[in-house]
Design a protein around this ligand. Structure first.
Ligand code: SF4
Length: 186
């Protein structure tokens, strides 16, 4: 299963983080990442996305590790039920924050946040170089930065966990997997 095309899917994740330098609004492609797992789940009634198509899992499997280095045991608290639920809560909170702040920006009641943030709280005061400039509504630019922040945070956490423990440790707490499991258990 994990060979051939699957092993190349990480290129989509890499392309995502390159395309934001072409134009930040391409960060909205993250919507596809959120929609496709739902589509496959409803279509197949199983986690086809996780098993066959997820570019992030493909990327995490690319993290090299020494064959001589023993694998560190993953702390139970890190991948336990409570941890999974907290990650889901954070995911929902983050999505709500993104939607509400975008509406507020569109209504002119809030200044747009035009920088990425790590874990919602930590801003990166960087100016992203842009190869192509587009004159789009500022709320769309705000939304693009918020999706970029979400993708950047989860990818970074996934890579850190892969380095510390096993390549797909992130998959144990990924909100997509937890919510899919909850749907399938009904
Ligand atoms: S658990 Fe998350 S990161 Fe892992 S394969 Fe599924 S969607 Fe991708």
């Amino acid at each position: 299963m994990k060979s051939g095309i699957w092993s190349k899917l990480w290129l989509f994740t890499a392309a995502y983080f390159i395309l934001i330098f072409v134009n930040i609004h391409l960060a909205l492609l993250a919507l596809i990442c959120f929609s496709l797992p739902v589509y496959f789940l409803l279509r197949d009634q199983k986690k086809s996305w996780c098993q066959l198509y997820c570019p992030r899992a493909s990327l995490l499997m690319k993290i090299p590790r020494s064959k001589n280095q023993p694998l560190r045991p993953i702390p139970a608290w890190l991948i336990g039920k409570k941890a999974r639920q907290w990650v889901v809560r954070y995911f929902i909170l983050n999505l709500s924050f993104i939607m509400m702040s975008t509406i507020m920006v569109a209504l002119g009641r809030m200044a747009p946040m035009l920088i990425p943030r790590f874990l919602i709280l930590f801003p990166f005061n960087v100016t992203l170089p842009q190869l192509v400039s587009l004159d789009l509504p500022v709320w769309l630019t705000h939304l693009s930065f918020r999706f970029l922040s979400m993708m950047m945070t989860s990818t970074t956490v996934g890579i850190i966990l892969a380095i510390l423990y096993r390549n797909r440790t992130w998959c144990a707490i990924c909100p997509i997997a937890t919510l899919s499991d909850q749907y399938l258990a009904k």
